[in-house]
Design a binder for this molecule. Sequence first.
Ligand code: ZN
Length: 695
Amino acid sequence: MTATTPSENPLLDLSGLPRFDAIVPSDVQPAISQLLDDCRALIVRLTSPGAATTWNDFAAALTDGLEPLSRAWGIVGHLHAVNDVPEWREAYNRMLPEVSRFYAEFGQNLKLFAAYQAIAESAEYARLSPAQQRIIDNEIRDFRLAGAQLQDDQKPRFQAISEELSQLSAKFSENLLDATNAFSELVSDEAELGGLPEDTRQAAREAAEKDGQSGWKFTLHMPSYLPVMQYADSRRLRAQMYRAYATRASEFGPAELDNTPLIGHILRLRREEAQMLGYANFAEVSLVAKMAVSVPQVLDFLRDMAVKARPFAEQDIAELRAFARRELQLENMEAWDVGYVSEKLLQKRYAFSEQEVKQYFTEEKVLSGLFKVIETLFGVCLKPDSAPLWHQDVRFFRIETPAGELLGQFYLDLYARATKRGGAWMDEAITRRRRPPGSLASDAIQKPVAYLNCNFSRPIGSKSGQARPALFTHDEVITLFHETGHGLHHLLTRVDELAVAGIHGVEWDAVELPSQFMENYCWEWSVVQEMSSHVDTGQPLPRALFDKMLAARNFQSGMQTLRQIEFSLFDLLLHSDFDPAEERSVLDLLGEVRREVAVLVPPAWHRFPNSFAHIFAGGYGAGYYSYKWAEVLSADCYGAFEEAGDPFDQNTGQRFLNTILAVGGSRPAIENFRAFRGRDPQVDALLRHSGMVTV
Ligand code: ZN
């Protein structure tokens, strides 16, 4: 059988930008199958007896050989995400198991592990660049964490634990979903709907009708549950819903949906797995590939922040209680009143309409504001560019140096479509790297390309010809800046080694630094003035309105911070200082954590762990702290600009570019941070940005 050539199959044409004008779903199976075959053949060749284990002959050759598969499969995954029509879904799903199997086998291939180890132990290692050494170290680390170093007689048990853990995690979320679905509250008296927004009532009415019932049906799904907790005047309804929500998948419901035994089981297996790998507990394993170095370090970080946030949280809660008594005649504010009272207080104090704000953020104005921020900060130029596109909504841009040298390019797909995955995300199309010797391309460096995807509303009336520009909420503007931050991390890298260029190799708890950093500019008055223009009057956003937005931003930040710390601390202690075999229960531990940090303690029957899917069913086990950690890093970096007295300080911008964005994963995140800030991270900037400052 002769191989398909790029001229016959455009998915195999990786000489430049993806051929979105030519690629069709029927290209997927032949192209990906061929690339998988190529990769497998290469691995066999590189690991055959006598094959050289040097950087060039093994590590670099492997990277070169695997890149076409990841690029082509990346294109397929991207099209599946932004153009999820049946043909693309089918093409993607058909090859997904094969591709997953390839990568799973790769992670278990002991010959590859041995080759990386041979390089690490060779005299050549010392001569490799720091980025190359880091790639070797990362590979060995990942193989080790996958159990590659275990004795042969231990491997079956390790494998069995991994499989059982993934089944338990899947079961945990299934139970949670089933328990969420199992409850509903049918309200038959319209008087009990007081306070609820019209769209919530309408949805509840339709939900009841769908069941062939009259009245209003409320469920534990967010679009139904949240408005009830925020707006329903009926305390009975709130209490009822709150209790159902708080006891999901617990012993208070059907035994077959109770997550309690799964929690114990997951914790025991994680501990056993960690000990097989030579660690004391699962938290230590979780931190191996993260920026945080040790469990005590993270515990100190969380506790320090808790102490600093506490006075503000106490003030928040006192204010809330006083407001509940004075304005709402609620003598004892209960857990099911908190959301409701908070919403009333927020409205009373900082009422402004998202709809009003939205009139000021037109697409062109926001984009030019964003581009100007990037250009000023990092001394680059952004220009429209052209490329084959997957949809007419998509725009394409290039980033250049002032001298006109190309740095990278990106697609911008802003609007929601029925066939597009929800949310907003950045993805890589092409990663920067030095091209292999003998490459036919004229440029020795392959320039990075990114996809920036959002789900904002499109311009109204564009089809009828009377186009009104797309209008963004302030939250959407923040989202755009956030994703662009990820994009800049990928695009402004100067690393030549693919495996640590851009966001590759960046520690999990540090990867949100550039994205959250960019969000700060959405709260900078000079930037807001520059990037807002009322769709009808052309006026920038009024200062008074901006002040309300700022105040609302920090509403109850003390309480929110302590809540996040409570979850983080509980997660980390559960995976370190807790032995599932001991007398103390998971709930006892949670109680201890709450006594230490919480200002609001839920009722004794609350079963928070049973729905903590982040840590039991997601990838956040002993990693929930990452949210706060990354916020601290990004706020502290922004603090450097505040100290310089100018959010666009040239010198600081260049340093941020040189020490963080350009370096990416080629150096440990803590070293990048120290290089930029001249010290270790401190929580002060985040506290200040959240309004937690003692005056
Ligand atoms: Zn992000």
